[in-house]
Design a protein around this ligand. Structure first.
Ligand SMILES: Nc1ncnc2c1ncn2[C@@H]1O[C@H](COP(=O)(O)OP(=O)(O)OP(=O)(O)O)[C@@H](O)[C@H]1O
Length: 252
């Protein structure tokens, strides 16, 4: 079943200077099925952030159709979009975005509390997840008292604690050292395989992308090519490097 279906998405930005427009997305089609781990790659300025913002309901499409879990997000009112986003999506950002005034455990509890859940039910679910992600020994600390890798795993726990239909990750390894990045990618892979979490990840990094099951390459606001992982991660990594070389070399 498709979790996300985007058809002919376009986004035109109107810049401050009168009459000047920038076409950031130019007819993107994208489909993500339940249980997939999909990567989005593309050169700087190709439209990755714009695409993610549209999928997240943080910005409005200029034209096209966007369905998430059979809801037509493109025709929802802004208030409905924010509620829909909170219930159905999870987010992991490059800079973690944790609240410094809350402990690790409280940060992860927040989505459930905001959704009206209370007491032991919240505590049990959060502690289970923290244990699964190897964070139980730091759960009473504040974000600035744990490592970057632990902060990002906390962000992952917060992104999935309410069982969202889709997790959107924007350069999640961008601020991590290589050891923590690898650990995070292995967690993503485990969550995807064991817990069937559906993930869409934007990344510049071919190593991070090699953990995905499928990559969609974009260039100049359009889909340039798609690639499925059919063999080992190492083989996929080399295939991604080859495609990036063609992508960077191709005239826009
Ligand atoms: N608010 C804005 N107003 C006008 N143009 C914009 C705006 N945001 C992005 N753009 C333009 O839209 C295009 C796509 O930008 P976007 O940020 O989506 O690319 P990106 O692939 O995420 O780039 P990067 O990898 O450098 O973050 C670029 O040409 C950019 O200059």
């Amino acid at each position: 079943m498709a979790v996300l279906t985007a058809k002919r998405l376009t986004k035109v930005y109107r810049t401050q200077s009168a009459g000047v427009t920038a076409k950031a997305l130019n007819g993107i089609d994208l489909e993500v099925a339940e249980g997939e781990f999909v990567g989005i790659m593309g050169p700087s300025g190709s439209g990755k952030t714009t695409l993610l913002n549209l999928l997240a309901g943080l910005d409005q499409l200029t034209s096209g159709e966007l369905r998430i879990h059979d809801h037509d997000v493109s025709s929802m009112k802004p208030n409905d979009v924010s509620l829909f986003r909170r219930r159905n999506l999870g987010f992991v950002f490059q800079d973690f975005n944790l609240l410094d005034t809350l402990t690790i455990e409280e940060n992860v509890s927040l989505p459930l509390i905001m959704d009206g859940h209370k007491g032991t039910q919240v505590l049990q679910k959060v502690r289970e997840l923290l244990a699964y992600l190897g964070l139980e020994h730091v759960m009473h600390r504040y974000p600035y008292e744990v490592s970057g890798g632990q902060q990002q795993r906390t962000a992952v726990a917060r992104a999935i604690v309410h069982n969202p239909k889709l997790v959107l990750a924007d350069e999640p390894t961008g601020n991590l050292d290589s050891g923590s990045a690898t650990a995070l990618l292995e967690q993503f892979q485990r969550l995807n395989q064991d817990k069937k979490v559906t993930i869409l990840m934007v990344t510049h990094d071919p190593f991070a992308a090699s953990y995905c099951g499928r990559i969609v390459f974009i260039k100049d606001g359009q889909v340039f090519s798609k690639m499925d992982r059919t063999a080992s991660r190492q083989t996929f990594f080399h295939e991604i490097l080859d495609t990036l070389a063609v992508l960077e070399g191709a005239k826009g």
